[in-house]
Write a protein that binds this ligand. Structure first.
Ligand SMILES: O=C1NC[C@H](CO)[C@@H](O)[C@@H]1O
Length: 431
C-alpha cells in the first residue's frame, strides 16, 4: 500500500485521505508529532529563502548548512511578493499583476524546499503580508479597490495604514486573487523534486499571512467579526485543497488582536486552524529603549515574560499547540553595525528561551520558536543601512534598516545560545 501511495504521489496524484502520511507534521492534542514522535520547532525566520533559491543558490546552500549546524529544523518563509509603488518593498516581486507570477521566483521556492528536505527541515509558508515590505494586502487593494498603496514608512501613519489594509478581508476581487495564489502554491508540482506541494512533508504549515491584524488598535466589533470570519473561511478553503498540511494564522497574539483576548481566541477557534502563533517585539512595542537599557530593561522583562506566559496559557485553555514564531532584539546601543556587540539581544534571547523551552520541558503546549531573523552572510550595502534593489537580502526586510534584528553568521554568542536551546527542544523529541 505504501509503495502504491508513493508511486501515486510521484505521479502527482495527491492522496485525499484526511489522515496525512506519518512524515507530515501533525497535531496530537497539544503537541506536534512527526513520524510517530513528538516534534518541536527550533526555527528561524528566513523570509527571503525563495529569493535565494532563485537568485543565489550557492549562498542558500551555505545558509542552510549553517542553520542546520545550529540545530535549526524549521524555516518560516514568504511565499509571494506583489509588485508595488510602495518604496520600502522588496523588488523584484513574484506577482507583477494579478494572476501573473514570476516562474523563476516560484522555482526558487521549489529549490528551497528541495534543499530543506535534504536537511530534514520543515517550512511554514505565509501566503500574504499585512505589512508593506512585500506589497501584501495593501497592494491587493490598490489593484482591486483602486486605493493608493501608501507606504507607512513614508506617511508615518501606521494607524490609518492598518485600518485601511484590513479592508482586504471584505474585498471580493482581492480575495479571489488571494485564493488564486493559494491554489497556485497548493496545486504546484515542485520542478526540482517532482513532488506536488500538497503531498510534500517538507511543508509543515500553510500560513494565511504575516501578522494579519483586524485593523488598528481601535478596531470596531464589526471589523473584529470580519477578521475572525476571514480566518475561518480561508483556513477552511486551504483545508479543502490540502488535507496533509497544518494551517496557521501568522497572528502576533494580543498585540495583533487589538489587545482583545477574546478576539485572539475566536480567531484561533476554527477547527481548520491547527495551532496558535504569537510574536514578541519589546522594541517595536515601546517596552524597551535600546539607548536607555538600564532604565527600561526591568519593565521590558516583566512585560515580555507576561506576554510569553499568557499566550501559552491561552494555548492550554484552547487545547492547541502554540509557536512563538517571531521574536527579536536590536544590537547594543541600537547599532546596525555588524561589528557592534549583542549583549542585550543575548540576554533577551535567554529570557525567551528559558520560558519557551522551560515550559515545553514541563509538558505545556509549547511547540517551539522561530527567532527573527537569520541574516547569515548577508551584509548591509549602504552607509544609511537602507536596502536598495540588488543589495543582499537579509533577515531585515526592506522596510527596516539592514542590521536591525538580523542574526549574522558572525554573531557567535547568539548562535551558540540558539544551538544550546535547540538541543534542549530536540531532546524532547526522543521521549
Ligand atoms: O513580521 C514582522 N514582524 C516584526 C519584524 C521586525 O520589526 C518585521 O520586519 C516584520 O514585518
Amino acid at each position: 500500500v505504501i509503495a502504491l501511495a508513493a508511486s501515486l504521489l510521484m505521479m502527482g496524484v495527491v492522496p485525499v485521505a484526511s489522515a496525512a502520511a506519518p512524515d507530515f507534521v501533525a497535531v496530537k492534542k497539544t503537541q506536534f508529532t512527526r513520524n510517530g514522535h513528538p516534534y518541536y520547532i527550533a526555527g528561524a525566520n528566513f523570509w527571503y529563502g525563495a529569493y535565494l533559491g532563485a537568485n543565489d543558490r550557492p549562498r542558500l546552500l551555505k545558509e542552510l548548512d549553517t542553520l542546520k549546524a545550529m540545530g535549526i529544523n524549521n524555516l518560516r518563509v514568504l511565499a509571494v511578493s506583489e509588485k508595488t509603488d510602495m518604496k520600502s518593498a522588496v523588488r523584484p516581486a513574484t506577482t507583477n499583476e494579478p494572476g501573473k507570477y514570476d516562474e523563476r521566483l516560484l522555482a526558487g521556492m521549489d529549490f528551497l524546499l528541495a534543499e530543506m528536505g535534504k536537511r530534514d527541515m520543515t517550512a511554514v509558508i505565509y501566503l500574504n503580508n499585512f505589512w508593506q515590505w512585500s506589497g501584501g494586502m495593501t497592494q491587493y487593494l490598490n489593484w482591486f479597490a483602486g486605493t493608493p498603496a501608501l507606504d507607512p514608512n513614508v506617511t508615518k501613519d501606521y494607524e490609518t495604514y492598518m485600518r485601511e489594509t484590513a479592508r482586504f478581508y471584505t474585498n471580493e476581487k482581492a480575495q479571489a486573487e488571494y485564493r488564486n495564489v493559494i491554489r497556485t502554491f497548493i496545486n504546484r508540482k515542485n520542478t526540482v523534486t517532482g513532488k506536488p506541494y500538497a503531498g510534500d512533508p517538507v511543508i509543515m504549515s500553510w500560513q494565511l499571512a504575516n501578522e494579519p491584524r483586524p485593523g488598528n488598535a481601535s478596531s470596531t466589533p464589526q471589523e473584529k467579526e470580519i477578521y475572525v470570519k476571514w480566518i475561518a473561511d480561508t483556513a477552511a478553503y486551504i483545508r479543502g485543497l490540502d488535507k496533509n498540511h497544518l494551517v496557521s494564522t501568522g497572528s502576533e497574539g494580543l498585540a495583533g488582536s487589538a489587545h482583545d483576548a477574546a478576539l485572539f481566541e475566536k480567531a484561533h477557534a476554527s477547527k481548520d486552524v491547527d495551532y496558535l502563533t504569537y510574536h514578541l517585539w519589546p522594541k517595536n512595542w515601546g517596552w524597551i529603549d535600546s539607548k536607555r537599557v538600564d532604565a527600561t530593561w526591568s519593565g521590558a522583562l516583566e512585560k515580555s515574560s507576561h506576554y510569553l506566559n499568557v499566550h501559552i496559557d491561552y494555548a492550554k485553555k484552547m487545547g492547541k499547540p502554540i509557536v512563538l514564531e517571531e521574536f527579536g532584539m536590536d544590537r547594543d546601543g541600537a547599532s546596525f553595525d555588524i561589528k557592534s556587540s549583542t549583549k542585550v539581544r543575548d540576554r533577551f534571547y535567554k529570557v525567551v528561551f528559558d520560558v519557551v523551552v522551560g515550559r515545553a520541558e514541563k509538558g505545556d503546549p509549547v511547540a517551539g520558536f522561530n527567532f527573527w531573523a537569520w541574516g547569515g552572510a548577508g551584509r548591509a550595502a549602504n552607509a544609511d543601512y537602507w536596502w536598495k534593489e540588488g543589495n543582499d537580502l537579509m533577515g531585515d526586510p526592506p522596510q527596516e534598516e539592514q542590521g536591525l534584528y538580523s542574526v549574522f553568521d558572525t554573531d557567535k554568542s547568539t548562535i551558540a545560545l540558539i544551538r544550546q536551546y535547540a538541543d534542549r527542544l530536540h531532546a524532547l523529541e526522543r521521549k
